[in-house]
Ligand binder design. Structure first.
Ligand code: CP
Ligand code: NVA
Length: 304
């Protein structure tokens, strides 16, 4: 159950996840029809960024505006989380000024520590471990394009990173099949895998065979091979991950009506070819747009 914070997809139960997805689709429609309300009028969201961002920053900022609220943007240069000042003090003090915090940072434990001390909702805008807002928007996009999430198979190619871990969490909550094709040693987090499998809503298959993962799937998904903070490993990873490139050969094995998703930023010619990401199955820009509406559903749920 979502209590105060949204740090992980694993906090959700099936009913809550489905109602957030429904609400996100409704909020998108209401906004486009000029019928949206202002449930966060007068409220402020603090945005803490320790890593770069296009989508997360703009979608939270504009999303808050659409809900009637505003944001304060803070980088580590200002607050020096845990260095200039204890995380506890940052959380307590921000709680006296703002009504919620979104944090994008490296260590997931820092987001948890902030949430433990802030008397206001804390939302995970990406940590090294998880990227829950992304997967809400991804599922919303699949729901929009398919009409339902029944008998769904999602196949992810590449690193068992924050995005992959959040997909694993989602397969613990909703009944769909998640497959990840990754090199040996780059599997999703073992504890997250075990916990999601124990919840058992969906199924999770980890394979090193990209072709097997692509076969008859509904959704092909890619993310960068070197995440933010792993830039020094970029060249080494390019070699290791080459067999997992999402290209036309893999796409040909998927269902004829498959969707292509990528959380972006993307590197055409590396984890995904231009042909696939710019092809007719790709819904990447809807996916990016949906970040805003999915997050509005979260912001309304936690802050209204
Ligand atoms: N997908 C995503 O989180 O993008 P940004 O890093 O640009 O926020
Ligand atoms: N795994 C990527 C996701 C970017 C949105 C990263 O952490 O850099």
């Amino acid at each position: 159950m979502l209590q105060k914070d949204f740090l992980s997809i694993a906090q959700l139960d099936r009913g809550e996840m489905e109602s957030l997805l429904r609400r996100a689709i409704e909020m998108k429609k209401e906004w486009k029809e000029g019928k949206a309300g202002l449930p966060l009028a007068g409220k402020t969201l603090g945005l803490i960024f320790h890593k770069p961002s296009l989508r997360t920053r703009v979608s939270f900022q504009v999303g808050m505006y659409q809900l009637g609220g505003q944001v304060v943007y803070l980088t580590d240069a200002e607050i020096g989380l845990g260095k200039r000042e204890a995380i506890q003090d940052v959380g307590e003090v921000l709680g006296r000024y703002v009504d919620g915090i979104m944090i994008r940072t490296f260590a997931h434990s820092h987001a948890e520590e902030l949430a433990a001390h802030a008397p206001i909702p804390v939302i995970n805008g990406l940590t090294d471990l998880l990227h829950p807002c992304q997967i809400l928007a991804d599922l919303m996009t699949v729901l929009e394009h398919r009409g339902n999430l029944d008998d769904l198979t999602v196949s992810y190619f590449g690193d068992g990173n924050n995005v992959a871990n959040s997909w694993v969490n989602a397969a613990g909550v909703l009944p769909f099949a998640f497959r990840i094709a990754c090199p040996e040693g780059y599997e999703p987090d073992a504890e997250i895998l075990a916990a999601a499998r124990a919840r058992g809503a969906g199924t999770i298959e980890v394979t090193h065979d990209a072709k097997a993962a692509a076969k008859d799937t509904d959704v092909l998904y890619a993310d960068v091979w070197a995440s933010m903070g792993q830039e020094a490993e970029k060249a080494a990873r390019a070699k290791i991950f080459a067999p997992y490139q999402l290209n036309a050969g893999l796409a040909a094995l998927a269902r004829k009506d498959h969707l292509v998703l990528h959380c972006l930023p993307a590197h055409r010619g590396e984890e995904i070819t231009a042909e696939v990401i710019d092809g007719s199955h790709s819904v990447i820009y809807d996916e990016a747009e949906n970040r805003m509406h999915a997050q509005k559903a979260i912001l309304e749920r936690l802050m209204a």
